[in-house]
Design a protein around this ligand. Structure first.
Ligand code: HEC
Ligand code: HEC
Length: 210
């Protein structure tokens, strides 16, 4: 009896020490996890200027203006938001926003709110599978290797790129990478869509579809 009491007290005190540090660790993770959605970033940060059009900022919902800007390429527009252009401050003057969060916010604005977001696996706005996206969009360059695009089904093209991990490839597809256009040029593709398409290209025999 006595020994088990001691034992229990001992276990409890371990928990008392361990729990707060686990909680701490998790909240630190949450802050650095780059998981704010485009919508959240736009509504909390970008509205400051883009709601009213301050200093000539293209207004939220002004799709004609956004389309004009996006015609220069989603990658260019995203890059401008990240590094800043004229009176648009780099990262919307919020250094804590990651490039990924910025790219989501830009996609959200350019698509007029149709780009939805990351961590919800089955909320793809396009409702398309990775296979369909690859067929309809990615294969335009990735079938033949246009501009040096790694070819679908050619393992040798993907192997060196895969060394940094699939997640890095997904990030490249979202943000753009050299001649790979951000979100393959389609602002309304969600992170989830891009992940599905990349995974399909890299592992075509096992498309991880919902
Ligand atoms: C302090 C005001 C301000 C804030 C905050 C701000 N913007 Fe801007 N933004 C501007 C202005 C002004 C322009 C127009 C720049 C120009 O083309 O001369 C602009 C332009 C842009 C463009 C178009 C770039 C191009 O290539 O045409 C994008 C994209 C953009 N902002 C994204 C964002 C995002 C995303 C946020 C929030 C994270 C944000 N902005 C926050 C002022 C702001
Ligand atoms: C307009 C042509 C074009 C389209 C369309 C396109 N890509 Fe690419 N992609 C490229 C090129 C070119 C590269 C090689 C870029 C480099 O690394 O220099 C590339 C590279 C990539 C990479 C490797 C990035 C890295 O970090 O090595 C991934 C992943 C990728 N594309 C995914 C996609 C997906 C997913 C789609 C469809 C939703 C798509 N691409 C559509 C041209 C395209």
């Amino acid at each position: 009896m006595k020994t088990s009491m001691i034992h229990r007290t001992y276990r409890l005190s371990i928990l008392a020490i361990a729990l707060p540090s686990i909680v701490c660790f998790q909240s630190a993770m949450a802050e650095t996890r780059e998981n704010r959605s485009g919508k959240v970033v736009v509504k909390t940060v970008c509205v400051g200027c883009h709601e009213t059009g301050k200093d000539g900022a293209p207004k939220l919902g002004d799709q004609a203006e956004w389309a004009k800007r996006a015609s220069r390429g989603l990658s260019t527009v995203t890059e401008h938001a990240i590094i800043g252009i004229r009176k648009m401050p780099a990262h919307g003057a919020h250094a804590s926003l990651s490039d990924l969060e910025m790219s989501r916010a830009v996609a959200y604005m350019v698509s007029g709110g149709k780009a939805i977001d990351p961590s919800k696996p089955y909320s793809s706005p396009s409702q398309k599978t990775g296979k369909q996206l690859v067929k309809e969009r990615c294969s335009e360059c990735h079938a033949t290797g246009k501009d040096g695009a790694p070819r679908i089904g050619v393992m040798g093209d993907w192997k060196p790129r895969l060394q940094a991990g699939v997640e890095n490839l997904v990030t490249s597809a979202i943000r753009g990478h050299n001649k790979m256009p951000a979100r393959a040029g389609m602002a309304n593709l969600s992170d989830t869509d891009l992940r599905a398409a990349v995974t399909f290209m890299v592992v075509p025999q096992q498309p991880p579809q919902p």
